[in-house]
Write a protein that binds this ligand. Structure first.
Ligand SMILES: [Zn+2]
Length: 84
C-alpha cells in the first residue's frame, strides 16, 4: 500500500500508471467513517480535480490492491459510482 498525504504530483503519476488498482479517499484526519474505496479509474479521484484544486490536501489517498485495502480498512465504504 502507498499513502499520498502531501505530494499531488506523485499521486497523479501513480494513478496514471496503475489503472487496475484501487484507492481509498479519506479526510486527512484518516477518520474511518470518511473513507471511500474506489477503482483507480473512478472520475471522482482521477483526472483533473474540480475547481483547479488538488487531489491531495484536505483529502488523502491510500492506494493498493482491493484485497490489501479492504484488509487494512474493512469499514471503508464502496463508491456508489465505480463499485456498484
Ligand atoms: Zn469511485
Amino acid at each position: 500500500m502507498l499513502e499520498f498525504t502531501e505530494d499531488n504530483g506523485a499521486y497523479e503519476w501513480w494513478i496514471a500508471a496503475n489503472p487496475n488498482q484501487f484507492v481509498i479517499n479519506a479526510e486527512s484526519s484518516l477518520r474511518l467513517d470518511s473513507m471511500v474505496l474506489h477503482k483507480a479509474t473512478c472520475r471522482t479521484i482521477n483526472g483533473t480535480p474540480a475547481n483547479g484544486g488538488a487531489w491531495i490536501g484536505a483529502y488523502v489517498k491510500i492506494c493498493g490492491t482491493r484485497r490489501e485495502l479492504e484488509a487494512r480498512y474493512p469499514t471503508a465504504k464502496p463508491c456508489g459510482l465505480c463499485l456498484r
